[in-house]
Design a protein around this ligand. Structure first.
Ligand code: ZN
Length: 136
């Protein structure tokens, strides 16, 4: 059986590829990061920078997170159910129109919510260079 010390010694001997080292420093919140444009180490996470701005700062609008798109799934579901109810009660064309309208509204709203979530994730992951104002 191999003693545990030889296992840890082998691990320390292993050379860490540079790409892995970069991703490790990024996951620690940007410690030791440089701006890709001007090579300045004066880099901050965009969301932390934005939260630290005073309320009257004009930069709050410039670097604000994307506007939230609220999920309207209950309205879309209610419109679809009302449409089905109207169609069953006799006004078939009107009922189908309301039901299809509810489904289309739901699909468009869902796409908007997904887009917002992607933009918010990008914003939260972005870094701001305090030397050249570059975002990356
Ligand atoms: Zn820069």
């Amino acid at each position: 059986m191999t003693p545990a010390t030889s296992l840890s010694a082998r691990f320390l001997d292993a050379r860490i590829p540079p790409t892995l080292r970069v991703s490790t420093t990024r996951s620690l919140g940007g410690l030791g990061m440089q701006c890709p444009k001007c090579s300045s180490p004066n880099v901050q996470k965009l969301d932390l920078f934005w939260k630290s701005l005073p309320a009257e700062s004009p930069l709050r609008a410039t670097y604000a997170p994307p506007d939230e798109v609220a999920s309207q799934v209950l309205i879309a579901l209610a419109a679809t159910l009302v449409g089905i109810g109207v169609a069953v009660s006799g006004a078939i064309l009107l009922g189908l129109l309301v039901a299809v309208g509810g489904m289309v509204f739901g699909a468009v709203n869902h796409a908007g919510v997904e887009r917002y979530r992607g933009q918010l994730a990008d914003w939260a992951a972005a870094r701001l260079c305090l030397a050249c104002n570059g975002l990356f």
